[in-house]
Design a protein around this ligand. Sequence first.
Ligand code: PHE
Length: 442
Amino acid sequence: MSGHSQWKTSTGFILASAGSAIGLGAMWKFPYMAGIYGGGAFLLMFLIFTIFVGLPLLIMEFTVGKMGRTYTTQIYKKLTGKKWLNIIGWNGNLAVFILFGFYSVIGGWIIIYIGYVIAQIAIFKSSTLTNIQFETIISNPWLTVLGQGIFILITMVIVMLGVEKGLEKASKIMMPLLFIFLIIVVAQSLTLEGALEGVRYILQPRVEDMSIQGVLFALGQSFFTLSLGTTGMITYASYAPKNMTIKSSALSIVVMNILISVLAGLAIFPALKTFGYQPQEGPGLLFKVLPLVFSEMTFGTFFYFIFLLLFLFAALTSSISLLELNVSNFTKNDNSKRQKVAIIGSILVFIISIPATLSLSSLSHLRFGAGTIFDNMDFIVSNILMPLGALGTTLVVGQLLDKKLLKESFGKDKFNLFLPWYYLIKFIMPIVIILVFIVQLF
Ligand code: PHE
């Protein structure tokens, strides 16, 4: 999006915010987190948090963006008169910067896989997917760094040229296609031997699988997948036309994210038994299992190739929003600085993405805090900076903003939802988030 211009219709806003939200979070991160933290138990907590915490917070971010209409390191001052509150915007900038650092590692894997499939077909004239060796790929530092470099480069070029609009239009076709593909993979996966066990694993919550850690990570997952607390969603709403529909847009983003998360789970877990994998494979889960599921299909390699392209597209519409947030804040919407800031930002992201990727191979023995460097970057973002940003905004909305103006920005209210939502944000949400922090400390 160039300058602080506006979209003419709310479709642009919905497509961009859905594009930002739907990405690696639902497809790659949800299954691997669920695999580690108890399957159905994790899904249940994730659903509860996404619906009762995520949805109201997403509505809050849209409401604030619509009210403030400026970039997010300025919006808090504009709305409250207090300059120091802009720190909430800066917190969001820091969050997306680190997030992009490890997001690009996974984006890089997608690119490497795409390259691999092309090479298989073009050079080796083979169409088998069964010999993609995930471990060999990620233990090659040059390859992974190259992959993530390309991912960052593509994101940078799109942001520099300011051609996000074209991508948003394309997502009208790409997103439904991705959805259909996921359903096909689920159907294939369900035919495999031992599939039912996997279905039960992901859909059936078992009390014995619940853990405090699982609960915390499920909340972090809700923040991650809805892009909450980074002020990214505030930014998109600040570009939207006045007649945008906040509640229904937020609801559809939440529903889509839940659907894609569940489908990704149903694509992966039923296949584990057949291919001899455990749910606790970690970040590589999707990359280890899906090629094998596709290999069972007629024209599997071709379909897997298309799937990877769609997956890359979904990841790019998210990474663009990560870079765009920093660009809009550091250029203060002055477009003459756009290219320079996009380039510098991308180089810095590339630098921090290197330890993230190495921590999954040669530096994997280096463990502290939440685990590897990669795990720690994710933890700092999803479990600290994002909730912190959301907490700051709930306090601003609940304690400092004028209720009447909020109601106006909240928009048409057929079901009288404003007051329940407002009190939820004012009293309950801050307590929930603070409680989570306290539990986390111990
Ligand atoms: N929600 C995105 C995803 O699930 C990640 C993201 C987080 C994007 C924060 C923008 C801001 O992939």
